[in-house]
Design a protein around this ligand. Sequence first.
Ligand code: F6R
Length: 607
Amino acid sequence: MCGIIGYVGSRPALPILIEGLRRLEYRGYDSAGVALIDHGQLKVTKSAGRLSVLEQMLDFEADPTTGIGHTRWATHGAPTDVNAHPQQDASGNIAVIHNGIIENDRALRTYLERQGVVFRSETDTEVLAQLIGRFYEGNLEQAVRQALHDVSGAYAIAVVCSQEPNVIVAARKGSPLLIGIGKGENLLASDAAAILAHTTQVVYLGDGEMAHITPQHVRMTTLDAIPVTKNVEEIEWSLSEIELAGYEHFMLKEIHEQPASLETCLRGRIDLREGAVHLGGLRDCTRELTRAKRIILTACGTAWHAALVGKYMFEELIRTPTETEYASEFRYRNPVIDDGTLVIAVSQSGETADTLAALAEAKQRGALTLGVVNVVGSSIARETDAGVYLHVGPEIGVASTKAFTGQVAVLALMACYLGRRKHLSPAACTQFLTALNQIPDQIRQILQHEEEARAVAERYCEKENWLYLGRGYNYPVALEGALKLKEISYIHAEGLPAAEMKHGPIALINEGMPVVVVATAGTQYEKIISNIQQVKARGGSVIAVATEGDREIKRLAEHVLYVPDTLEPLQPLLAVIPLQLIAYHAAVLRGCNVDKPRNLAKSVTVE
Ligand code: F6R
């Protein structure tokens, strides 16, 4: 995922841009660059590789007060110096940074080449810069507007021009962009983290909107120049939340934040006396929600695993048929949806391209749509009919941890909220909510045993193949444990419903293969014990996650990581914690870059 930062004001822009780019690093990138307007001259500096490479090329003594900066994640063209952003027009007076994909770039490139334009890079962004340059007649905003009328695809862009030294023109369609409002200065970013050190007052640019930004003013219009009025909103996150605070990695910090992040997520939403859940975001559509005949939870990756837990909870507590579907599949098949279908998009970032497209598909077919989202003001939050925020704070580590537990907790609240309006008794709700309320403290207890998870990681981190098994509510936990391990330590790991093992994967098990079995107490306990025996019979080394007090499992498994007892639907919130810790420590022990795993970006805003 690329990152955008822009600054216009009276302070030197460069340190602000570099600091912003550093805060965007977590999203993943392969090159970076800045454009500054220095005494009427456009100065572009860019380079493939790390931000530190770019920093060495820059003159921090310079005092330009207008500039834009970019971290690129290559889509069109290899990650080279030439392909890095900013891209310029032929005159060299205009610079563009861009997140997204211009879909008709081939046709535009051919058209411009016929007009004599010579391209330097392979990027779709240069096509846009050249197009803006062709239209430029002394009014940057006008030139950008004309160019965007010829463009199809997704974009968030920031454009500067040496002839208009105190102006940034920005526009968005399908890629996030927000404007930070300061005093005598304004900022622009693709992610609130980039500007949080300077302001918490933001305006979210909507799809098909443009902004003309100067130190004193922000003027917003549609692409057709119709003025747009927007509310200034306050970012809830604090600077300390996006800093390491003494932890070695964001992932570890976020694993340890889970007791507190879940407390915030649950705060004010649970009424134990009444056995009721308060979800302000659902108030206006509760009647339609309870009438839903079918629910589809759509998401990607870790969010999909949380959605799978949600499916089990919804069917048990609401008794409404529920499916979980990968957003990337849902968007392209011909799903049966009618006005009795409720589609819930689950997403940390609220910007995942596949999930957004699935949502658009659902809306177009007449479904009522909800969002279960962490980032306030994100695209999914804005495009759903209603929703519930996670409120777990910013998640910076590429491997999702606290968002997973936040998603499961919110889905649990929703299950109780809707179940209560159908057939769940107040007493049953109180029992469920009491258990949910205890989860943060129970996670605190599990985290005290981090050393045991680390010891497992140490013992097996050289093994290149792991299996994760679970049944019922613990099946999504097995999937999530395997995903965590593979994405940050590059160990091959497969998650399976334990009973499926005998239909093929059991052939993989050989002497000493680590097999993580999520075997907490519950309705399928006896079954999972027999799965453990099958693994042992083939020489596999069983690492069990079990409920405190379970002695039997100690006799069977090589290692047992205990979690406190809770209701079965809530077990994923506890059982996942040791698995997050195993993955984290295995990656560290293998010398992997935990917060920036290879080939991955935090937020997947392209297909
Ligand atoms: C894995 C991970 C990804 C995301 C997925 C969806 O650790 O982070 O699998 O869960 O890309 O992202 P969001 O939740 O932002 O839609």
